[in-house]
Design a protein. Structure first.
Lengths: 375, 312
């Protein structure tokens, strides 16, 4: 493969960002991988989202998950997305027995909120049902301690590999590909590269992205885009400094890097639980809520656009600041459970629209086709 | 007098315990020590190689700082900036690299020895006895990799007026791996010469960290001789005679660094990697592309040496 490098498009020509956003920096993207036409983001169904709600999916008091209800949600969501009657036919649209499948979970808020083990187990069950061997399934996340706090192993069949990019001591680069990276100088940091997980380059052939429904102090919300981008690259926290962050442009830039973009073929947003403030963490139940909903699609932008409204409406109902609030007067240092009238950073919910400009999906609500299912 | 006493090729241990510790020293691989002059006779009697150092001589030594890193929380951010205490900039500006004394606190004796070796500084190192084994192992490694020093390479020239302000600029340049050479006058072979009060206002250097960043950005990262990825606490010294090159890498952090990625401007042959604490090591993912040479170090502790041939 030929080594390929190009400079990112300057912001002014690509996107009219808010006047008080940090200017979009020059990104240097280096990857030897080529785009697989038609695969990955936005994938087979751009602008289409299936939203499944089940009131019995989780008990709000005990937070106990109803696995059979989850299985039904997954089956209905996948069948409707693909327009088929048998869920196995839906999974076959994406996966063959030869595939090595990565499930990108989100454990940054664990154990309060994470890609629910019952959801992940159901995904694995469906993969196995269409012939993918358990040894060809990887559940991955960046940090070992976060994965450990969930213990997926207790919920999935033997053989499934559960791997973290960084072990007990964070900061190791060994499991990231030194030849696939985004180089950028945000704030004068010394280490200016963010490298893609080796696992994504090899051996994975397909990725299922399983984010949660969460507020995020820096990016506004964290859904499909942020989970797959910040969760697959090293050295990403450097985009946050002081009140302003570079999440506006960095999230989409990372998500668009090959082979991550082409391999991420399915988005399953787990909204059994949600976080409406203080995200991505959830140290207490104070800001958790229970949408009891899952969204299915291949277009991360469309799903995240819907997520924006879910989080914004919940925040409005709770009297919290809008995710679009950009007043520096509201930005204060504080703990993870800071009040809803305090922001940790100026949020950048515009990152979703920015990603749409990079071709990752459909942002305009009027053009997003949503099929709602009530179970 | 100091030079006569020291005449050191490698850093040496300044040891204040008595000759009864000779077996422990031998076990740690330390074959010779510098000791207080008053105890020299006892060491002589014990038959252990030693050099007596008088209090007056010791007093005349320049004190090196205890090398290491401490984390400082950024005021308004979850990210953290490591603060590195390093002596490299002092060695680089020194006209005479002899007569340094490290008072190495617990846990940093090996790093102190490696730092002095990296910059060809003649130094005595007073260590905590608990660090003896680690120090001895590093000394053994330094003997293994020792060879005649090569000239250091630099990105920028800094006209040294011997002021504290210029010293702090040098410190922060080195901290950012912007390699500098201390000069008596501007040298046009460098694209950037820093002469505070002449081509850069002294007020601009009042925040030396920001000033060093400005210089880095003026130079541009692509044109830097050395870039390090995967750690914010590793500092390099790059030396070459035009035919061969040696890169020294010092890890000021307390933890091993895994997967460190190094980029050097120019074309170099496949690296021969020597990592302190490892019998053998191999550089990974070596490549020459886009005007630079890159490779990765699987894991390194306090110190690594990388030797190259220069591709013309």
């Amino acid at each position: 493969m030929r080594r390929r490098a190009f400079l990112g498009i300057p912001a002014a020509s690509a996107f009219s960002f808010s006047a008080d956003s940090a200017p979009v920096p020059r990104y240097k993207v280096v990857s030897a991988y080529k785009s697989q036409a038609g695969q990955g983001m936005p994938g087979l169904f751009p602008g289409s989202v299936v939203s499944v709600h089940s009131n019995t999916s989780i008990d709000e008091t005990t937070e106990k998950v109803n696995a059979p209800a989850v299985a039904q949600m997954v089956a209905e969501g996948m069948k409707t997305l693909c327009g088929v009657k048998d869920p196995r036919d839906a999974w076959r649209r994406f996966f063959t027995p030869q595939d090595v499948v990565g499930i990108k979970v989100n454990c940054s808020g664990a154990p309060g909120i994470m890609s629910t083990p019952a959801v992940v187990a159901e995904i694995v069950r469906n993969l196995v049902a269409v012939g993918v061997r358990t040894e060809q399934v990887y559940i991955y996340e960046r940090f070992q301690n976060q994965l450990d706090s969930v213990n997926y192993a207790a919920h999935v069949p033997q053989g499934v590999k559960i791997v973290a990019m960084e072990g007990f001591w964070r900061g190791s680069s060994r499991n990231y590909d030194p030849k696939t990276y985004v180089e950028v100088d945000f704030f004068g940091e010394d280490d200016t590269r963010s490298n893609l997980a080796r696992l994504v380059c090899d051996p994975l052939t397909k990725i299922i992205n399983v984010p949660n429904m969460k507020d995020h102090g820096a990016s506004g919300v964290t859904g499909c885009l942020k989970n797959i981008a910040y969760g697959s690259f090293s050295n990403v926290a450097r985009s946050h400094s002081d009140a302003r962050t570079h999440t506006l442009s960095f999230i989409g830039t990372l998500a668009a890097v090959e082979p991550l973009r082409s391999k991420t073929v399915l988005q399953i947003m787990d909204g059994l639980r949600g976080v409406w403030h203080g995200g991505p963490f959830s140290p207490s139940r104070r800001y958790r809520f229970y949408p009891k909903q899952m969204m299915f699609g291949t277009d991360p932008v469309s799903i995240d656009r819907l997520l924006l409204d879910i989080i914004e409406n919940k925040r409005k109902a709770e009297g919290a600041l809008s995710v679009w609030d950009r007043s520096t007067a509201h930005v204060k240092r504080g703990g993870l459970d800071s009040p809803p009238d305090v922001n940790r950073y100026i949020r950048e919910p515009g990152h979703i629209e920015y990603a749409s400009k990079l071709g990752l999906g459909v942002y305009d609500v009027a053009k997003i086709h949503v099929k709602k299912i009530e179970l | 007098m100091i030079a006569v006493i020291l005449a050191l090729v490698l850093p040496a241990l300044y040891w204040e315990q008595g000759p009864e510790t000779a077996p422990t020293l031998r076990e740690a691989g330390v074959e010779c020590v510098h000791v207080p002059a008053a105890s020299a006779a006892a060491w002589e009697k014990a038959g252990f190689c030693h050099v007596g150092v008088s209090p007056a001589t010791l007093e005349g030594f320049q004190k090196a700082l205890t090398p290491g890193v401490r984390m400082i929380a950024n005021e308004a951010s979850a990210t953290r900036s490591p603060w590195i205490t390093a002596n490299g900039w002092r060695f680089e500006r020194a006209k005479d690299k002899r007569g340094y004394l490290y008072e190495a606190k617990a846990g940093v004796a090996a790093l102190a020895a490696a730092e002095a070796f990296t910059y060809d500084a003649e130094a005595l190192i007073r260590i905590e006895p608990t660090d003896l084994k680690e120090f001895g192992r590093m000394l053994g490694f330094l003997k293994r990799v020792d060879k005649p020093p090569l000239p250091s390479l630099a990105d920028v020239g800094v006209v040294d007026d011997r002021s504290a302000l210029v010293g702090e600029v040098m410190n922060l340049l080195l901290r950012r791996n912007v390699l500098f050479r201390a000069l008596g006058a501007p040298d046009l072979s460098y694209s950037i010469n820093i002469q505070l009060g002449v081509n850069y206002p002294k007020s601009e250097a009042a925040n030396p960290g920001a000033f060093a960043l400005k210089i880095r950005r003026q130079l541009t990262d692509d044109k830097r001789l050395l870039q390090i990825f995967g750690s914010a606490v590793v500092i390099g010294r790059f030396t070459s005679d035009g035919k061969t090159a040696r890169l020294h890498l010092l890890n000021y952090g307390k933890r091993p660094v895994e997967g460190l990625r190094v980029r050097m401007r120019g074309s170099y042959g496949k690296p021969a990697l020597l990592v302190a604490g490892q019998e053998s090591s191999t550089a990974e993912d070596y490549m020459v592309a886009d005007g630079g040479t890159e490779f990765s170090i699987p894991v390194m502790g306090a110190y690594s040496v990388v030797d190259f041939s220069v591709v013309q």
